[in-house]
Design a protein around this ligand. Sequence first.
Ligand code: AHR
Length: 503
Amino acid sequence: MTDIARTHLDPRFAIGDIDRRIFGGFVEHLGRHIYDGIYEPGHPSADADGFRTDVIELVQELGVTTIRYPGGNFVSGYRWEDGVGPVSERPRRLDLAWHSTETNEVGLHEFSSWLEKIGSDLMLAVNLGTRGTQEALDLLEYANLPVQTALTDQRVANGRAEPFGVQMWCLGNEMDGFWQLGHRNSEDYGKLASRTAKAMRMLDPELQLVVCGSSSRAMPTFGSWERTVLEHTFADVDFISCHAYYQEHDGKAQEFLASAVDMSRFIDSVVATADHVAAMRDSTKRMMISFDEWNIWYLHLPEGVEAPAPQLDDWPLASRLLEEKYHVLDAVVFGDLLITLLQHADRVRSASLAQLVNVIAPIMTEPGGAAWRQTTFFPFSITSRLAGRHAVRLAIESPTFTSERFGEVGTINGVATVDDDGTSVFLVNRSLSDPQVLEIDVTALGSGLSVRESHLIADDDIYAANTLEDPERVAPRPAEATIADGVLRVTMPAVSWVALRLG
Ligand code: AHR
């Protein structure tokens, strides 16, 4: 055990109000996410619409708010019209992004009915890859307009009299990425996004629009992409997106544990760039961030390992793509990423965990069989449930370690939330080797305080995971936390994530 780490919890150190959309998710037509994931008509738990009720229950328990749909890379080749109308007449299409076959059995209507069962809101992405402004307008008119037109008549004929009322719209996906269908440079994308946003607002001025930022902080165009795109779209949009995926490289677990520093710097840089564009325009508008793809993803294969080349005669349907198995170390880093989003609640007003079921997901399913929670399920569900209305800064003094990429990094990171119902504290111990005691001065919260709930994610085997064979191997257990004389004392094992509810 090293020196005691210390901090103060004082609601006056306010960061900002927490927008519940920060606990959003993301569902893409990819692998077994929709088909053989959320939708499996032959499954014993399937409801009359073919949706697995065991999955619905887990998604509800996860506590996701707004869900981004239908992609991702998929959306950049998607024709939304394929997914409406009688299911038997819908075309089979090839999905170039994931080299798959799309049957279109699930489209806008079906997905919206799934969201209604869950109690989440829809966030729609339009295709600005292979398509453009007109198709985005058509989808918006079809989805949101309460007047009678040829398109809205179709919606009614397809069983939906009331508009879907979708508030948040993404103007394409990862348009900075060379892998994206219809990839453009920042000038071309900025102009297209501006034209499309202006046109969409002529149909529905109340929309909230998200313009594509960078696919990661490591993109060669990072920074200049945001500046140019925002120079074109500053007046037209409400959010700029950030995407980030993290993984352990070459067995460097300590370095992986510093991932949230990258996310924090990413957000700070995008905020600075957006505020620079605001300053150039003498504008008081503050562009918000939609961190609409974030997660752990073992995207980069070890050296020498190559992904199989796609075959012209093989376009599988619902194959096992991106099915990561998450362990305890992943869950701790994941919890730290959530802490980081809350630490930036003043500017991050929307975020989407990418993704939800089977595909880089907190929930896994087996066709005809069980559904289970991965390790990353727990930090998300607990944070979503316990986070209060206002985020509060914790300036923590703790030992540090040296990261190859970020220099001196504090081993303990954390954030608090407060509201009239109580206070919550979320903490992480990033040390690979040392347990840590943290003392938090909570006198500013008044007397008579007690720990009402505590949750710890840690394990002697940091690579322990939940699997089909052993679905409950990893679960949260109570943390060691007590309050005496105005001091909350928490003992955190090495590589651990802790959540506390005080009241
Ligand atoms: O979430 C998986 C993929 O990651 C998405 O389709 C894409 O937007 C990103 O590169």
